[in-house]
Design a protein around this ligand. Structure first.
Ligand code: UTP
Length: 294
């Protein structure tokens, strides 16, 4: 069965990004000039996903507003002759229809995924976390769909993370079955570096079967009092083989302040309108930093 649906969980508090996220969803923070979540919607659509559900929370209405039609703004842009801006704004609401479900309590990622179960029905689906923006020649979720089509088993996007950062990730250990693909033997959520079974960190891209919902239903809160998706995947791996895929591309963790800053700089450097000016500025401050160090 083809992967045509995607869940984007956006119900978290975003505490790492406070105070910016006090009254604003972190998924709406602009990365250059687009909210982070728009990168994911574009990645999903470029990968053949047709139906998207975003799991939201109180105070996250701004996400739905962004993808809605903006009559007053469009009328104003038309009136003032800003036609290319008008086109940009219209494209966003015409991109796709997005469904929304509210997570009534922020009980963790596993719970957020569970909230979207009725929308998924009986089909395999993509799960995409808006903290991770991936720049790749081929969209990251499309790479995972390819591998899912081959193995017909749940598959998790992973990357090699620095040893001193393993405690920030779910970590998997597995046996390589082809270049970049591993059969998962074990998974652990945020291990201490000396207990980590590998340096393969789970990033926010998955292809899953709806049977994960049955497992999530009975998964008790784990680390941090939250229903952890990794705990459910660990249980699922007892009776269904899971795979990990080391995706091709560069990932930016925009849910983290430093990761966000890096994403803004690097993605702006890829844009013609900013490339030259920004490069010049970075070289200037690079020189200043060098002088400070000497
Ligand atoms: P995070 O672990 O990044 O949590 O969630 P968070 O609350 O968003 O951010 P921090 O860590 O406090 O800064 C990973 C993903 O799971 C979603 C988040 O929106 C994010 O996409 N999530 C998390 C939910 O949808 N609901 C939750 O209850 C928790």
């Amino acid at each position: 069965m083809q992967v045509k649906k995607a869940i984007i969980p956006a119900g978290g508090y975003g505490t790492r990004f406070l105070p910016a996220t006090k009254a604003q969803p972190k998924e709406m923070l602009p990365v250059v000039d687009k909210p982070a979540i728009q990168y994911l919607i574009e990645e999903a659509l470029a990968s053949g996903i047709e139906d998207i559900i975003v799991v939201t929370y109180r105070g996250k209405n701004m996400i739905a507003d962004h993808f809605d039609k903006a009559y007053e703004l469009e009328t104003e842009l038309l009136k003032t002759g800003k036609l290319s801006k008008l086109e940009d704004v219209q494209k966003i609401s015409e991109m796709t229809e997005i469904c929304y479900v509210r997570q009534k309590q922020a009980l963790g990622l596993g719970h957020a995924v569970y909230c979207a179960r009725k929308f998924i029905g009986n089909e395999p689906f993509a799960l995409m976390l808006p903290d991770d923006i991936v720049q790749a020649t081929r969209p990251c979720i499309s790479q995972l769909i390819d591998k899912f089509n081959r193995y017909q088993s749940p598959i998790i996007g992973v990357e090699i993370v620095p040893e001193d950062k393993v405690q920030l990730y779910g970590i998997v250990k597995g046996i390589e079955v082809e270049h970049r693909v591993l059969k998962i033997e074990s998974l652990v959520e945020k291990p201490q570096p000396r207990e980590a079974p590998s340096k393969l960190g789970i990033i926010g891209r998955y292809i899953l079967h709806p049977c994960i919902f049955d497992v999530l239903k009975s998964t008790r809160p784990g680390l941090g009092g939250e229903v952890q998706l990794t705990d459910a995947l660990l249980k699922l791996n007892e009776y269904q083989q899971l795979y990990a895929y080391i995706f091709e591309g560069t990932r930016y963790d925009v849910g983290d302040k430093l990761g966000y800053l890096k994403a803004v700089v690097e993605l702006a450097l890829q844009r013609d309108e900013f490339k030259e000016g920004l490069k010049k500025y970075l070289l200037e401050i690079g020189e200043k930093l060098k002088l400070d160090l000497t």
